[in-house]
Ligand binder design. Structure first.
Ligand SMILES: *Cc1c(COP(=O)(O)O)cnc(C)c1O
Length: 424
């Protein structure tokens, strides 16, 4: 089983002449084809809208591509809202799905006209306080507790998650908000992450649709939209069967017709806040092998590290690796592929069978397009990489420059040793 890079060795070598490794590269063609397929899959629902989860890949050039297909921005912090604003997103183009929210951020979102999706019942008062009064349109995040299962498989553990309101609280919240003049309501839930099954969205839809009917009947509110949030996953491993977004869309359609339509709620708009599904497979981390070490194990040291891609270090996540130009070679060498952090978890792969790697070989780490660059940090004084877009016509362009020591030291610029610090 294998995975095919969207970048050839020749193209990589050409790009590296301009922009040295490590860098993240994104595949414009793949991004466009995928967003088109998503829109198509939900085209049966009038008003359907994807709010791209900005935190997954906060790059304005990439989000702009999605905007061409009508996507909005799902934000969870002030800086993400600022990016959305800069991209021209306003009003219904912004979903603010935050938690543990600083009160001023509600005001910032409201000033942009974005939709506030409340994580907690106590935030009703916070929004009132911050904005003067409640906006006409509001959403609440739901957490039914317990385990989220598909047949006997445990998908995730909402009962252990900090997000959302209990069933009792969401009924109470809707009553209060209705009394306070809110006219249009939305509900939202995110109950399982990175699901690689076509059943997650339809199952989640059933939970949310049934709740919506009950809220409408018992509280008498107008449910305008239902937000299925993120959680549709991607096959990081080569032996995983990818989700079929068409099947997912049809699965949700069926539940919609069974639950909402008979309740007279066939006008409800659906939305999603996908991050990983929109960008994950269409990004890769390109890095060069710079050291080899033969001790108790065989190590290949590369010029990227966990600062560029944290998922393996913090979750033990699998990311497939191709050695460019050696895609068809036999994988008969067992390596740990490491970064340079002073942390033993800084390994992109452990006991991975790969072709024989020579120094200078270019490694392509798959599926870094979401929750890749964006999770980066600066431990060990390591700098964040550039981001590059591989355009549809085969050309490439820089969409974020690499950090320099000056960026790393920028927050000392108010002290007199700063000039000395940034001298190289
Ligand atoms: C992270 C997040 C998403 C996106 O999740 P993916 O797994 O990337 O699809 C969507 N909504 C909220 C509120 C999130 O926190």
């Amino acid at each position: 089983m294998n995975k095919t890079p969207f970048l050839s060795l020749e193209k990589a070598q050409e790009i590296i002449k301009d922009y040295p490794t490590p860098f993240h590269i994104y595949d414009e063609k793949g991004i466009r084809e995928n967003v088109k397929a998503l829109k198509e899959a939900f085209s049966w629902n009038e008003g359907y809208k994807e709010y791209f989860a900005v935190k997954a890949t906060p790059n304005p050039f990439l989000i702009k591509i999605l905007q061409e297909y009508g996507c909005g921005c799902d934000c969870s912090s002030k800086t993400e809202l600022m990016m959305a604003r800069t991209l021209g997103a306003t009003g219904d183009d912004i979903m603010f799905s935050s938690n543990d929210t600083p009160i001023q951020e509600f005001k910032y979102c409201n000033d942009l006209g974005g939709i506030i999706n409340l994580d907690d019942i106590t935030h009703i008062e916070a929004v009132e306080k911050a904005c003067g009064k409640l906006p006409k349109k509001m959403s609440c995040r739901y957490n039914p507790g317990g385990l989220f299962k598909i047949s006997n498989d445990i998908m995730d553990n909402p009962g252990d998650a900090k997000y959302g309101m209990t069933t009792e609280q969401i009924f109470e919240a809707f009553k209060i908000m209705k009394e306070k003049g809110v006219e249009e309501f939305g509900i939202h839930a995110f109950l399982a992450s990175n699901t690689v099954t076509n059943d997650y969205y339809p199952m989640l839809a059933k939970v949310l649709f049934e709740l919506a009917v009950e809220l409408k009947e018992k509280v008498g509110v107008h449910i305008g939209f239902i937000n299925l949030s993120g959680g549709v996953g991607i096959p990081y491993r080569p032996d995983q069967e990818p989700n079929d977004i068409r099947v997912i869309g049809e699965g949700v359609h069926k539940v919609f017709d069974e639950v909402l339509v008979p309740a007279g709620m066939g006008d409800v708009k659906l939305c999603t806040e996908l991050g990983r599904f929109m960008m994950g497979p269409y990004g890769a981390l390109v890095t060069t092998a710079i050291n080899e070490k033969h001790t108790h194990k065989e190590y290949i040291g590369v010029d990227a590290c966990a600062v560029n891609l944290m998922r393996p270090a913090i979750y033990g996540a699998y990311h497939h690796i191709s050695v460019l130009g050696k895609e068809n070679d036999e994988c008969n060498n067992k390596y740990d592929v490491t970064g340079s952090l002073c942390e033993n978890c800084d390994k992109f792969a452990i006991d991975r069978m790969l072709p024989k790697i020579d120094m200078g070989d270019i490694l392509y780490i798959h599926d870094t397009g979401a929750h890749g660059f964006s999770m980066g940090y600066n431990y060990n004084g390591k700098l964040k990489s550039a981001e590059i877009l591989l355009c549809e016509d085969g050309s490439y362009k820089l969409i974020r420059r690499a950090e320099t020591p000056k960026d790393y030291f920028a927050t000392f610029d108010c002290f007199d040793f700063y000039d000395e610090l940034i001298k190289e």
